[in-house]
Design a protein around this ligand. Structure first.
Ligand code: FE2
Ligand code: FE2
Length: 136
């Protein structure tokens, strides 16, 4: 079975710690999709995946932003604004779920689209800058 969001070499930016985290996020998106689509939906499992995803995402953003702040990345503000926007939406998804609202296919598609755009365009843009500063 093809996964919802197949991992691809095009996501590899060449900075190992960041690539590992992106890979984890893509895998977690697939786990979330699998659980949402499952005939035998398990709310506890779904909550765990959702909470794990929110938690990991926030930590990933902190890691990137700490690098930006430390090295003086010029695009920091715009990049942080994208992170903040996704964080708000992800937390809202979790709150809605806790109030009994199902995780929609639409929300999954949004998450997948956001991740693809963010890794391939917004994160990719910082690679030359970070590499110039010795991050690998
Ligand atoms: Fe980012
Ligand atoms: Fe990232």
């Amino acid at each position: 079975m093809t996964s919802f969001m197949p991992w691809s070499d095009k996501f590899i930016l060449g900075i190992d710690s960041i690539d590992e985290q992106h890979h984890w996020l893509v895998d977690a998106t697939n786990r979330l999709h699998e659980q949402v689509e499952s005939q035998m939906q398990d709310d506890t499992a779904l909550r765990e995946i959702l909470e794990g995803l929110v938690d990991y995402t926030v930590n990933h953003f902190i890691l990137e932003e700490e690098l930006f702040d430390r090295l003086g990345y010029p695009e920091t503000d715009a990049h942080k604004a994208e992170h903040d926007d996704l964080t708000r939406q992800a937390i809202q998804l979790l709150l809605d779920f806790e109030k009994g609202k199902a995780v929609s296919e639409e929300a999954l598609e949004f998450l997948k689209g956001w991740l693809m755009h963010h890794i391939l365009r917004v994160d990719k843009a910082y690679v030359p800058f970070l590499q110039e500063h010795g991050i690998k």
